[in-house]
Write a protein that binds this ligand. Sequence first.
Ligand code: ADE
Length: 226
Amino acid sequence: MHIDVLTLFPEMFASPLSHSIVKRALEKAKLSIELIDFRKFCTDKHKQVDDYPFGGAPGMVIKPEPIFRAVDYLKEERKNILGHKPFPLVYLTPQGETYSQQIAKEFSEMDYLALLCGHYKDVDYRVREHLVMKEISIGNYVLSGGELPAMVIIDTVARLQQGVLTNIESAYSDSFQTDSLDGPYYTRPREYRGYSVPDVLISGNHKKIEEWQQKKRNEFTERMKK
Ligand code: ADE
């Protein structure tokens, strides 16, 4: 799978892309990512990406030109992967549909995805009307830009690529994809600062342990629904 990220702050991605499972996905060529600084697509001398909103409002709005031109460029560059499919541009905004494991799975099954990170107040609405295919929010709060949400999408999608997770890691994620949550885990030492591991886990009684684990999974799942 290939993901293009359209951003004004490509340097923000350096660390999240160079550790752990995302790093592994990139190294195994299960995923490739290109960071596109769309400021480069401005045609004016000062490469100014933003301007005041018409009608007056506080804050600045990203101009349509650099985004439309960046997308023109990408449509041409990615013709071989895209074929005749519409350009799958996803805009990260708190006004979008709330991201979920279900959407992550849908994205992970695509060969190509383009993520548009906004900044400042918003992007010019014509971008949203005429270029964007889907708008995604990662939760009901306002971040300074779409970069962190784009990293969330990249992480979730990277771990769903075939051959990225080990069997044990996948088994863990599979339980996450069902409607039930995992329960608590403990490791050594049996007692730490006076806090001990539940007796049942060291009882050696596998039936009792399994019942206890199932009970905890149910409790955690119920708690999430509240
Ligand atoms: N941009 C700013 N806040 C956001 C959020 N919560 N989700 C997605 N994109 C955003």
